[in-house]
Design a protein around this ligand. Structure first.
Ligand code: DOR
Length: 423
């Protein structure tokens, strides 16, 4: 099978290149990338003029809910959702049932992903057994089994000494510790951002300090241990000066945010909209602006979806009873593209945040369009508009505040090794 992609805008962060040109794929491998490739033989040609051609995305913050909550999502549907979004590799969080704190669960995920997965799946293991925050899991054995990082996502490791040990232990195995930065005493029973909206709706609020206190402690421990730390889903402007401090000090951390934190505000929950309930909560317009600036300045350098599927059983209930989280892996590029449209990031920077930087966090080689790389190619039409109906969503769950909204920018074609998918 030979396939020539013609005249696309090639955005390739591993090469640091953004230019109009052609990509040639043969038998699942990139065999040519140039401003003009001429082929005399008759082969399939894809006209990509006006479209972006980029390597597959890596989303390092995805909840596949498998094992244990397959009515919300499973490895097959979660990865299909990713494929439709041009996300060709996902790292899945360990807050499954049971949590992924063992080689057995890791093996299960890897095996099922091989059999049913539409994209590559990298398991992330829990930092502590049962995510209880008491005893560390066996990082070495877990790494040998295939995990790419450790995290107690959904929970912060409250015991500072244990977190310090986790960082040192992870360092021995070159694993990144991903922290869910939320001090549970400060966020206790919080439903939405603490501010105007929580006062209006009479809901208990989560103060910015819940995130700041947790993240700063972790940055201090990271500085002292010199281990790799990744801060998940940054939502508040109050943390940004501390990220700046840590960068200036050379602390080996990375920080991530998600599209909902640079596109949406607490206004979304007005009317008790449970689809906009998420943890950490959506905050204010000032927070949105600060997150965008932090992205622009490179203080936050990874964008991930925090794809958190919940069925109507968990969402169509009283606000206080609703589970936090929204789906997002299928929309990662579409929603992140807004940063380019409004001039916050260049296409190449965006591609770094969605491809090469997340790859560094989990220590894998990123998908690339370099000659000789396995074909992991995405064609994205930045102009195409579509309505996000529940039929369009490939996930089992439909919990997103973008449901039935018109969106701009659509993944049109994906090549994954020898397979070609058109959408
Ligand atoms: O809103 C959230 N949902 N935040 C998290 O950190 C966990 C996630 C989930 O697992 O549902």
């Amino acid at each position: 099978m030979k396939l020539l992609i013609k005249k696309g805008r090639i955005i390739e962060p591993s090469l640091g290149k953004d230019f109009v040109g052609d990509v040639l794929v043969e038998n699942g491998v990139i065999v040519g990338i140039d401003s003009n490739i001429e082929i005399s033989e008759k082969i399939q040609v894809i006209d990509a003029s006006g479209k972006w051609v980029l390597p597959g995305l890596i989303d390092i913050h995805v909840h596949l809910r498998d094992p244990g909550e397959e009515w919300k999502e499973d490895i097959e549907t979660g990865t299909k959702s990713a494929l439709y979004g041009g996300v060709l590799r996902v790292a899945c969080m360990p807050n499954t049932k049971p949590p992924n704190d063992s080689v057995e669960v890791t093996n299960y995920i890897i095996k099922k992903a091989k059999e049913k997965g539409w994209v590559e799946v990298y398991p992330i293991a829990a930092i502590t057994k049962g995510q209880k925050g008491e005893e560390l899991t066996e990082f070495g054995r877990l790494k040998s089994a295939g995990v790419v990082a450790v995290s107690d996502d959904g929970k912060w490791v409250r015991d500072s000494q244990l977190m310090r040990e986790a960082l040192l232990y992870a360092k021995q195995f070159d694993l990144t510790v991903i922290s869910h930065t939320e001090d549970p005493k400060l966020s206790y029973k919080g439903q939405i951002n603490k501010g105007k909206m929580s006062a209006k709706l009479g809901l208990k609020g989560v103060p910015a300090s819940a995130e700041v206190v947790a993240a700063v402690r972790d940055l201090v421990l990271c500085k002292e241990t010199n281990a790799k730390l990744h801060l998940a889903h940054i939502s508040t402007k109050e943390l940004i000066p501390f990220l700046k401090w840590a960068k200036e000090e050379g602390v080996p951390f990375t920080a991530e945010t998600c599209p909902h934190y640079f596109l949406l505000t607490e206004e979304e929950v007005d009317g008790y909209n449970t689809y906009a309930k998420v943890n950490p909560p959506l905050r204010t317009a000032e927070d949105v602006e600060a997150i965008k600036l932090a992205l622009k300045e490179g203080l936050i350098e990874v964008i991930a979806s925090d794809h958190a599927p919940h069925s109507s059983l968990e969402k169509e209930v009283e606000f206080e009873l609703a589970s936090p989280g929204m789906i997002g892996v299928q929309l990662l590029l579409t929603l992140s593209y807004r940063l380019v449209e409004e001039g916050t990031l260049t296409p190449l920077k965006l591609a770094e945040y969605l491809i090469t930087n997340p790859a560094k966090v989990i220590n894998v080689d990123p998908p690339s369009l370099k000659k000789g790389s396995p074909a992991e190619v995405v064609i994205f039409d930045p102009e195409e508009k579509f309505v996000l109906t529940s039929e369009v969503i490939q996930s089992k769950s439909k919990n997103t505040p973008f449901l039935n909204k018109e969106l701009k920018g659509k993944v049109k074609l994906v090549i994954r090794r020898k397979e070609v998918f058109t959408f």
